[in-house]
Design a protein around this ligand. Structure first.
Ligand code: TPP
Length: 578
């Protein structure tokens, strides 16, 4: 059966027409289950209540009620990162406009999310009525117009005749494009049966995208000519390896070619760091030791799925030359200053190229000859105030194939980027959109999807203040995440770009807040750590006696305790902004 959204497409069982199961709501619910969604993140409202009844009724579908729509959207984002697709359900306009920021983030990160809105009664369209939860104009299209800019398809379901077609088109477009879609369902329609919603065997299938065969051959030929001349080639994996489903093909190319392998910052987690050719993160001046030297001195580099924006290029300071670059995007290949080959799938291209490259046995050995490992933080004196680099030394030791790291925007980007991921360890962050607060919802969603992993979230205090409420939902779901809340009293990443009084935040008692959210319901353990001794004890407890609890560890850090990478990056980004 075809793979859809990371899950295998299941054919509906053939049972006779049953009016309780053949409703629009149940049809939508079944479609979600078929594509691999078993948890939907939601906030109720009168426009979606009947729809929620029908989603709840579907075996295999679990409704996760969130504290607000923004977090429900972020949770769907985190879920999609693990499962391949996610879904959320909100109510008309007040809910829709609240989830919009999360959907925009998912668009930027190429995540398919089915964003479902309980919409107005279909009979109200064209009546000039003014509805509650809107801005008070007899115009129901405001929410739709907002979603048009952050989704790749919009389905406004206002009658039963084309509902089946609209829903299927929306879902298949999301999966094909790897982008969010918007489905609005009239609040009066969810409970109505229709023959097209019966459980008749209507399998959900996607027609696979194909490469243009002649173009593929020509591109591979040209690329092999280009690369087989190179003496010191490297490969660099980027974030679009995920949307191209090309992570495995990238590794196969590395094995076949012998090239050194690096990752761009936002590609972290998609390239195996235990690979013998792995040389670290290529991020210009803030790269892993010697990685920038190796990449920038190479005579040819293969970038697979990169995004070169102002942040990933460290304020446009990368020392790369176009004539040395072979850039493989999900659907095209650019070779140096030469031609662009379109209609080519990255996976097909990398697989075919692997068969055409001469093996280069020295390409990554250079790196091993010159590599000197990063130093370790100085030994702490007893009870010395905890330093952030010491914290991350200890987080490093917690990582395994049974864990996943979620890194919030802020200095956590830089500290987490330096973690060496063991085989199978998950890693997620939102580098293109970089919306603070994302990690709380994303942790909720990722943990709900990846039940085999313990999520370790690294969150700055400023970011946590945006979305903290949904620790509540993690507790409701019985999640065992470990949250490191880094309390440095401000927006440190912003301080290093441009400082002012606006970067200081009000200090909260974060463990007190989480204790209040816990309120005796669910399994939760909180602690504050001030020194390395406290930290060691906290980690021992979180991974031992409290391993079945959500563990919230508030780390007290000095306001000026930043990573050296942030210092460098901040000044270069600042220059690019001025
Ligand atoms: N608002 C949103 C929604 N997203 C943003 N990225 C910003 C504002 C701008 N911004 C980027 S990082 C940041 C802000 C305000 C501060 C992050 O502070 P914190 O979470 O405490 O992390 P730190 O840098 O201190 O580690």
């Amino acid at each position: 059966p075809p793979k859809i959204g990371g899950a295998t497409c299941v054919q509906s069982s053939s049972v006779p027409f049953n009016s309780t199961e053949a409703t629009l709501g149940r049809h939508l619910a079944r479609r979600l289950v078929q594509i691999g969604v078993s948890d939907v993140f939601s906030v109720p409202g009168d426009f979606n209540l009947t729809l929620l009844d029908h989603l709840v009724a579907e075996p295999g579908l679990n409704l996760v009620g969130c504290c607000n729509e923004l977090n429900a959207g972020y949770a769907a984002d985190g879920y999609a990162r693990s499962r391949g697709v996610g879904a959320c359900v909100v109510t008309f306009t007040v809910g829709g406009l609240s989830v919009l920021n999360a959907i925009a983030g998912a668009y930027s990160e190429n995540l398919p999310i089915i964003c479902i809105v309980g919409g107005p009664n279909s009979n109200d369209y064209g009546t000039n009525r003014i509805l509650h939860h809107t801005i008070g104009l007899p115009d129901f299209s405001q929410e739709l117009r907002c979603f048009q800019t952050v989704t790749c398809f919009q389905a406004v379901v206002n009658n039963l005749e084309d509902a089946h077609e609209l829903i299927d088109t929306a879902i298949s477009t999301a999966l094909k494009e790897s982008k969010p879609v918007y489905i609005s369902v009239g609040c009066n329609l969810s409970a109505i049966p229709h023959p097209t919603f019966s459980r008749e065997p209507v399998p959900f299938s996607l027609s696979p995208k194909l490469s243009n065969k002649m173009g593929l051959e020509a591109a591979v030929e040209a690329a092999a000519m280009f690369l087989n001349k190179a003496v010191k080639p490297v490969m660099v994996g980027g974030p679009k390896l995920r949307v191209a489903h090309a992570c495995q093909a990238f590794v196969e190319l590395a094995d076949a070619s012998g090239y050194a392998v690096a990752v761009t910052p936002s590609g972290k987690g998609l390239v195996p760091e235990h690979h013998p050719h792995f040389i670290g993160t290529y991020w210009g001046a803030v790269s892993t030791a010697f990685c920038a030297e190796i990449v920038e001195s190479a005579d040819a580099y293969v970038f697979a799925g990169p995004i070169f924006n102002d942040y990933s290029s460290v304020g446009y300071s990368l020392l790369l030359k176009k004539e040395k670059a072979l850039i493989v995007q999900p659907d095209r290949v650019l070779i140096g200053n030469g031609p662009t080959f379109g209609c080519i799938l990255m996976k097909d291209f990398l697989e075919a190229l692997a068969k055409r490259l001469k093996k280069n046995t020295t390409a990554y050995e250079n790196y091993h000859r010159i590599y000197v490992p990063e130093g370790h933080p100085l030994q702490c004196v007893p009870k010395e105030a905890l330093r952030v680099n010491v914290l991350f030394e200890h987080i490093q030791k917690m990582l395994s194939s049974d864990t996943a790291v979620i890194a919030e925007t802020g200095d956590s980007w830089f500290n987490c980027q330096k973690l060496k991921l063991p085989q199978g360890c998950g890693y997620e962050f939102q580098m293109q959109y970089g919306s603070i607060g994302w990690s709380v919802g994303a942790t909720l969603g990722y943990a709900q999807a990846a039940t085999d992993k313990r999520v370790i979230a690294c969150i700055g205090d400023g970011s946590f203040q945006v979305t903290a409420q949904d620790v509540s939902t993690m507790l409701r779901c019985g999640q065992k995440n470990i949250i490191f809340l880094i309390n440095n009293g401000g927006y440190t990443i912003e301080v290093e770009i441009h400082d002012g009084p606006y970067n200081v935040i009000k200090n909260w008692n974060y463990t007190g807040l989480v204790d209040a959210i816990h309120n005796g319901q669910g399994n939760c353990w909180t602690t504050k750590v001030f020194c390395e001794e406290d930290l060691i004890e906290a980690i021992e407890t979180a991974t031992g006696a409290k391993k079945d609890c959500l563990c919230f560890i508030e780390v007290m850090a000095h306001k000026d305790d930043t990573s050296k990478e942030l210092l460098e990056w901040g000044s270069r980004v600042s220059a690019a902004n001025s």
